[in-house]
Design a protein. Structure first.
Length: 137
């Protein structure tokens, strides 16, 4: 399977909530649409520090990340963001590392998105064409 990329809209979750409550104007909600790599081998999503700053979110704690080569590093975890892909959305934190946005498994699973290996694109789960379905068992 080759590289899979997708457009993702990232939004400051606090701004989004404040806008819904009428505390700020819709125009004040900080968001960005950016090309991202889908990384099915990564559990968590990743954003670079520059994106974190443009969204006006902060690191709220640090954790240890383990890379594919076995090396480990302390990395920051952001405050929540709204991820929107293919008319599906979820709120989640991200690791702050590197210079590009990576979409990990937790976002894909919460949005019920799958990688189509033939087209190298994300698709909604064909079992749930009406939208994401979360199992609660």
């Amino acid at each position: 399977m080759g590289e899979v990329r997708t457009q993702v809209k990232l939004t400051n979750a606090a701004d989004f909530s404040n806008s819904r409550r009428g505390l700020i104007l819709n125009e004040q909600v900080r968001s960005i649409i950016i090309d991202a790599m889908v990384d099915t081998g990564a559990v968590r999503s990743v954003i670079p520090e520059s994106i974190m700053k443009s969204l006006g979110i902060d690191i709220y704690k640090e954790t240890t990340a383990e890379y594919a080569n076995g090396s480990k590093e302390k990395v920051g975890i952001t405050e929540p963001m709204l991820f929107e892909i293919e008319d599906r959305f979820t709120m989640e934190e991200a690791f702050v590392i590197g210079d590009e946005v990576l979409i990990g498994q937790t976002v894909l699973e919460k949005m019920d998105l799958l990688v189509d290996c033939n087209t190298q694109k994300l698709i909604g789960n064909p079992k749930h064409p009406e939208g994401p379905v979360s199992k609660i068992k």
